[in-house]
Design a protein around this ligand. Structure first.
Ligand code: HEM
Ligand code: HEM
Length: 189
């Protein structure tokens, strides 16, 4: 069970981080509920907010651990493809990483500047650590929009990975998906 990657495959740890992050982001998105602050922070919605904030906070923690591990890991080389496609995939990956940081961070700062704590299972209420500031509401709005953008971009990214596997028949999807073999190796899958 190689924890580290090879030139043709992400390691088991990188794959675990990737799929756990995808699940947590999807779950955070599915339980997200917007609306005016009076509704968002209403007592009867506290448990949904606690779940949403805990899932989002877990995404942020996982991102930090994952990026530290990435410094020591070996990242597979892309299979042969046109230069524009390789560039598009690099830009998408780093945009996804930027959003994995910006989505929870804008929410946490928005909550704190709005005078609300961050609520996380097992930690209770964290903050706010500074005095309320009118920019809190704008940050909360930005958070909602970035939350939508990450889902669209991740959807596009997933569609591209499936396109690579089915139509280009290269190893892009099999690099990240446990148990899937490289269609270009002729071993099947
Ligand atoms: C990857 C993680 C997250 C995703 C994908 C996500 C997604 C979203 C989305 C799409 C909305 C808007 C719902 C709507 O207006 O219809 C929202 C609202 C909200 N989220 Fe998150 N969120 C994440 C993490 C967090 C975290 C860590 C917090 C911690 C404070 C948080 C707090 C809130 C709050 C308070 C709202 C309601 C206020 C607003 O509309 O902005 N979220 N989230
Ligand atoms: C919220 C959901 C997702 C996020 C945030 C996300 C994010 C990322 C990021 C940041 C990378 C770059 C990894 C690195 O090199 O460090 C990556 C790679 C990858 N992801 Fe996702 N991903 C998501 C969902 C999916 C889904 C649903 C699929 C497939 C159906 C997928 C397939 C892949 C593949 C195949 C790679 C490797 C691409 C390559 O080697 O060029 N991802 N993902």
């Amino acid at each position: 069970m190689p924890l580290s990657g090879t030139t043709t495959r992400y390691g088991n740890l990188a794959q675990a981080f990737h799929w756990l992050t995808a699940l947590l982001v999807l779950a955070a998105f599915l339980v997200s509920e917007g609306g005016p602050p009076a509704r968002v922070y209403a007592a009867e919605r506290a448990s949904t907010l606690l779940l949403h904030e805990s899932l989002g906070f877990a995404v942020l923690c996982l991102l930090v651990i994952r990026l530290v591990w990435r410094l020591f890991d070996r990242i597979p080389e892309p299979p042969a493809m046109p230069g524009w496609m390789e560039l598009a995939s690099r830009v998408t990956h780093w945009a996804l990483y930027a959003l994995l940081l910006a989505v929870p961070l804008s929410a946490i700062l928005g909550a704190w500047f709005g005078g609300h704590p961050l609520t996380v299972y097992g930690f209770g209420a964290i903050g706010p650590f500074f005095a309320p500031w009118s920019a809190g509401a704008a940050l909360a709005d930005i958070h909602g929009t970035l939350g939508d953008i990450i889902m669209w971009l991740a959807g596009l990214h997933a569609a591209a990975a499936i396109f690579h596997h089915v139509f280009l028949r290269d190893r892009v999807l099999s690099q990240m998906l446990p148990g899937l073999s490289d269609p270009s190796s002729g071993v099947g899958g």
